[in-house]
Structure formats: C-alpha cells, structure tokens
Design a protein around this ligand. Sequence first.
Ligand code: HEC
Length: 137
Amino acid sequence: MAKSKLSGGEWVVITGSGLIIAFAAIIGSIVYLKPPPVNFIYEETLETAAGEAIYRREGCLSCHEIFGNGASYGPSLDGIGSKRSKEWIIRYLKSPWPGVSAKPYRLRMPSYASLPSSDLEKLAQYLLALKFIQSSD
Ligand code: HEC
C-alpha cells in the first residue's frame, strides 16, 4: 500500500496558495460590493438662480458647503435635493431642530421664519436642484 505523503515544503505551498486564494476572494468581493461613485450636480434654472442669490445674501455658506465652497459648521448641502422634499426643506428652514444630520454639530441651524415665504420658496428651489447621481462606472 503506497501511501502518498506530503513533505513539509509541499504543505507550505498548499497552505500558502490557500491563503492567497482566500485573500483574493475577500479583496474581490470588497471591490465588487463597493458602491459606485456619487456625483453631485446642480440643475440650474432661473428660479434656482434666484434662490442661490438668497442663499448668498443670507450667509448660508458661512456654515454650509456646496461644491467645496463655504464652511463646515453645518453639514454639506451637496445632493440635498435628492435627500429632502420641498415641504421638508421649507418646514426645516422655518423651525430647524438639531440632529437631522449623521454628525453632531457644535453650532445650531438658525431659524429663517422671518424671511418672506417667497424667499423660502426660492431657497427651497435652489436646494432641490442640488442632486446626486450614481455614476455607472
Ligand atoms: C450658524 C450656522 C448655520 C447657518 C448660517 C445656516 N445653517 Fe443650515 N444647518 C446648520 C447646522 C449646524 C445644521 C445641522 C443641524 C443638525 O443636524 O444638528 C444645519 C442643517 C441644515 C439643513 C438640513 C441638512 C440635512 O442634512 O438635511 C439644511 C437644508 C440647511 N441647514 C439649510 C440652510 C440654509 C438654506 C441656510 C441659509 C438660509 C442655512 N442652512 C444657514 C448650521 C447653519
């Protein structure tokens, strides 16, 4: 009865290959499962441009960042139009509450209830035009 025995060197090769295959499988599934990159876009119209002017006038960018412009005392508003509805945004601008974003912030979002409703409407139009799209590559 010829029993085939593996030498020490062969075991090293076999376990080594096994480890390499396991490693490749893990890395492969991470790469495969990685979500596609997100692109932020701004769909400008006359109404959103009017809203952007109010956004600047009210100094929203002293706390918020859009396309890398502005400060980070509040959350970035890139893609906010894909996240929130117009009703939500107007309600939030009138009476904001803390804890809407994933991270805690030291500053509080001020209330803009004193703005005329036409301004709130335009601000909401502007924010709604900030969308995100998942690119297919
Ligand atoms: C003093 C700083 C400050 C200013 C000025 C400010 N914000 Fe904010 N804003 C915040 C902070 C902080 C939050 C996050 C609150 C939280 O989650 O606790 C926030 C949250 C928001 C959100 C909700 C974001 C989300 O993820 O849903 C919107 C929309 C928003 N702000 C719009 C505006 C607009 C429009 C203006 C100008 C009219 C403005 N903010 C001015 C600090 C500010």
